[in-house]
Design a protein around this ligand. Structure first.
Ligand code: NA7
Length: 609
C-alpha cells in the first residue's frame, strides 16, 4: 500500500486482511455458481406451473365485458400505477382507469403477504405521499400490511377506485391510428379504448420457480412466497403459523424474501430446512418505532427533502447530514467508484485507481464485518461457516435483518447448504441435496421474480403499434426508448418501470419521478391541443446512443460478481438484463435531468400532433 496517499489510507483505515486471498475466494465462489443455462435455469410460472400465481386472496368476481373509452388507462395498480393516477389527478385529469390483475390495488404489496414482510428501504421515504394522505408509518421499516394500507389511502384520496377494473388481466394492446386511440383487450373479453396507455405493470412482478429436476413431482403442499397460503400455515402476516407445528417445512431461497420469512417459519415449523444456494449478506437492521416527537416536529415538504438527501447520500454525494442514516445510506460510502465524498474530504479529485481502491476496500471491510457478525451470532461453527457470503456487497440486493441469523440457533432449524449448486432434485416426498433426501410436508419457494426476460413476456401482453409493429419484435435486441418511457411507433403509450433509466435504492422514488413525468407530458400535450405524442426518431437514436455504450452491465464489477438477477445470472450480454440499459449519469443526475426537462416545458424530443 506504499504508493497510496496517506490521506486515503486514513479514510479506509487499517487493512487487517489479505485482499488477494479475498479476491481469490470471491472468484472461486462465483465460478462454482456460474451455470451455462444462466437465466434459462428458471421455470416460467405458466402451463402446469400457472397455479403458483393464482390469486389466493380474491373472491370470485363476475362482470360483463367492457368496450367503453377512457382518456388514460393505467395498466397496473401498484405503487407506479397509483402514483401516476395521483399525479394525473393533481394535474386535472378526471377520466382515468386503472386495470389491475389483483383483487385490490397495491401491486407487490397486494401480492406479497408473507409473515415477516417489511420494506427494506426506510418507510419514511419508501412509502409514497405520506404527507399528502396525512399518514405516518409506525416504524422505521414498516410491515407489508402497513405499506399496503398507506397505498390504499392514496387510492382513496385521489379517487382511483373510480372506474378501476380489478381482477382483470390485460392480454393485448393495439393502436388505432385513424382514431388515435388504443384498444385494450383483457382476459374478461374487454375491448376498451383509451387515448393514452401507461404501462405500469411492475418490474419484479412475475414469480419464478427454480428449474430443479422433479419440481412437478412433489406430492406435499407447495406455494410461492408471493402467494402465501395462510389456510395451510395458519396465522397471518404477524406470524402465528400454528398449523405448521406438526410439519416438516422446506424453504428454497435466501434472498430478500427468504431472509424476512425464515425467522417466522423457524418459530412455528416442527422442522425447518433452509436450502441455501448462495449465502445472504445480512447487515444490521435496527428497526425502531417512530418517535412521535420527531414526527410532530416535521415541517411541510419533509418527505421530499428526506428522499433527496437519501438519494444523494446513498450515491456517495457528500451532504452535511445523513437524515436516514441506515445501512443503505452507509453503502453510499463505497457504492460510487469515484468516491466523490472522499474527494470532498481530502480536497482533490481521485484517480480512477484510487476510487476503485477505496470502493473495494470499504466493501471488503463491510463484508468482513458481516461475516464476523455471523460468527458472533450463530453458535454452531459449521453452520456459521456455511452462512458466510463471499461476494461484494452490491453483487446482490443488500439485505438487513436482526432476526435471520439467530433463527439458525433454534434446534428445529437446519441449514442445508448446497455449496453453490442448489437443490439437486425434488421427489414426491422431499428435496435431495448431495444424495441425501430431506423429507418435507411443505415446500415454499422464496425464489424471487422473473428478471432478464423480454418486457412483453413479463407483462403478459404484446403491444401492437403503428403499422402493425409489435413491441416484442421492436425490442427484441433490447429496449429503444426516449427517456426510458417513450417509444417511437407506439404513440401515447408510456412505460413506467426500471428500464432505460437510472437506478436508485428506493424504487418508489423512481416511480414517482416517472409519474410526475407522465402528468407533465400529458398536460403539455393538452395545452397544445394535441391528441398524440411520441418521440422523434432522432430523440430515440440520441438517447439510446447515450446509454448503451456505458451500460452498467458491461462493467468489470458485475463480471466479477457471483450470479444474481443484477448481473443476469452472470450473463452480462443479455440485452434484457436488469442493469442492461442503465443511464450512466446515475440516479441523482438522471432524475435531475428529467426535472429540468419538465421545467423547460418544451417537450423537447417529443412530437405532438
Ligand atoms: P431473489 O432476491 O431473486 O432471491 C431468490 C433466492 O432463490 C436466492 O437466494 C436464490 O439463490 C434462490 N434460488 C434460486 N434458484 C435456486 C435453486 N435452484 N436452488 C436453491 N436456491 C435457489 O428474490 P426475493 O424474492 O428474495 O427478492 C426479490 C426482490 O424483492 C428483492 O431484491 C427486493 O428488491 C424485493 P442464489 O442467490 O441465486 O444462489
Amino acid at each position: 500500500m506504499a504508493d497510496i496517499d496517506p490521506a486515503i489510507m486514513e479514510i479506509v483505515g487499517e487493512i487487517d486482511y489479505d485482499p488477494d486471498e479475498l479476491r481469490k475466494r470471491y472468484a472461486y465462489e462465483r465460478d462454482v455458481r456460474l451455470r451455462p443455462d444462466k437465466n434459462q435455469q428458471y421455470v416460467e410460472t405458466k402451463a402446469e406451473f400457472s397455479h403458483y400465481i393464482d390469486d389466493p386472496y380474491a373472491e370470485p368476481l363476475e362482470r360483463d365485458p367492457l368496450n367503453d373509452h377512457t382518456e388514460v388507462a393505467i395498466i397496473g395498480g401498484g405503487i407506479g400505477g397509483l402514483l401516476i393516477g395521483a399525479r394525473l389527478r393533481q394535474a386535472g385529469f378526471d377520466d382515468i382507469r386503472i386495470i389491475e390483475k389483483g383483487g385490490d390495488l397495491g401491486g407487490v404489496w397486494y401480492w406479497n403477504r408473507y409473515p415477516g414482510l417489511r420494506c427494506d428501504t426506510e418507510s419514511y421515504i419508501y412509502i409514497p405521499m405520506i404527507e399528502e394522505v396525512d399518514s405516518m408509518p409506525t416504524e422505521k421499516y414498516s410491515r407489508g400490511a402497513e405499506i399496503q394500507s398507506n397505498l390504499l389511502k392514496i387510492a382513496r384520496r385521489f379517487d382511483l377506485y373510480k372506474n378501476a377494473c380489478l381482477q382483470t388481466v390485460v392480454t393485448g394492446l393495439e393502436w388505432d391510428d385513424a382514431a388515435s386511440r388504443w384498444t385494450i383487450r383483457t382476459d374478461r373479453g374487454d375491448a376498451m379504448t383509451a387515448q393514452y396507455v401507461v404501462m405500469a405493470n411492475g418490474q419484479l412482478s412475475k414469480p419464478k420457480l427454480p428449474g430443479i429436476p422433479g419440481i412437478d413431482t412433489f406430492k406435499g403442499h407447495t406455494f410461492h412466497t408471493s402467494r402465501w397460503d395462510y389456510d395451510y400455515t395458519g396465522g397471518d402476516y404477524l406470524g402465528n403459523l400454528t398449523r405448521l407445528q406438526d410439519k416438516n417445512v422446506g424453504v428454497i431461497g435466501t434472498g430478500a424474501t427468504g431472509v424476512q420469512a425464515i425467522p417466522e417459519l423457524a418459530k412455528w415449523a416442527k422442522q425447518l430446512n433452509v436450502f441455501q444456494r448462495t449465502p445472504a449478506a445480512v447487515d444490521v437492521r435496527a428497526n425502531r418505532p417512530t418517535d412521535p416527537q420527531w414526527a410532530s416536529s416535521l415541517e411541510p415538504g419533509w418527505q421530499d427533502r428526506r428522499s433527496d438527501n437519501f438519494n444523494k447520500v446513498s450515491s456517495g454525494i457528500m451532504q452535511d447530514e445523513d437524515l436516514v442514516s441506515d445501512g443503505f445510506s452507509e453503502l453510499g460510502r463505497f457504492a460510487d467508484p469515484t468516491a466523490s465524498w472522499v474527494a470532498a474530504v481530502i480536497g482533490r479529485e481521485l484517480t480512477p485507481e484510487e476510487g476503485a481502491f477505496i470502493s473495494q476496500t470499504l466493501d471488503d471491510k463491510k463484508m468482513n464485518e458481516i461475516r464476523a457478525r455471523i460468527d458472533a451470532t450463530v453458535t454452531d461453527k459449521a453452520t456459521a461457516e456455511a452462512l458466510k457470503p463471499w461476494h461484494r456487497r452490491y453483487c446482490k440486493r443488500p439485505l438487513f435483518s436482526d432476526e435471520y441469523l439467530p433463527a439458525f440457533n433454534r434446534p428445529n432449524v437446519r441449514l442445508v447448504d448446497t455449496a453453490g449448486k442448489g437443490v439437486q432434485r425434488i421427489t414426491e416426498t422431499g428435496a435431495v441435496v448431495d444424495g441425501v433426501e430431506y423429507p418435507l410436508d411443505c415446500l415454499i419457494f422464496a425464489t424471487g421474480f422473473e428478471v432478464g426476460t423480454e418486457f412483453t413476456r413479463r407483462a403478459g401482453y404484446d403491444v401492437v403499434g403503428r403499422d402493425g409493429i409489435e413491441l416484442r419484435q421492436y425490442w427484441k435486441d433490447g429496449m429503444k426508448t426516449f427517456q426510458g418511457m417513450f417509444t417511437r411507433g407506439f404513440p401515447n403509450c408510456i412505460l413506467v418501470n426500471f428500464g432505460q433509466n437510472a437506478a436508485a435504492n428506493s424504487f418508489s422514488f423512481i416511480l414517482d419521478e416517472q409519474a410526475k413525468h407522465v402528468a407533465h407530458t400529458l398536460s403539455e400535450v393538452r395545452k397544445r391541443g394535441g391528441t398524440t405524442v411520441e418521440p422523434s426518431q432522432q430523440a430515440v437514436d440520441d438517447y439510446v446512443a447515450e446509454i448503451k455504450p456505458l451500460s452498467f452491465s458491461q462493467s468489470a464489477f458485475w463480471e466479477q460478481c457471483t450470479p444474481s438477477y443484477f448481473n443476469g445470472e452472470g450473463a452480462n450480454e443479455n440485452p434484457h438484463g436488469f442493469f442492461a440499459n442503465v443511464h450512466p449519469a446515475g440516479g441523482v443526475a438522471f432524475y435531475g435531468m428529467l426535472a429540468e426537462w419538465r421545467n423547460a416545458a418544451n417537450l423537447d424530443g417529443l412530437e405532438v400532433r
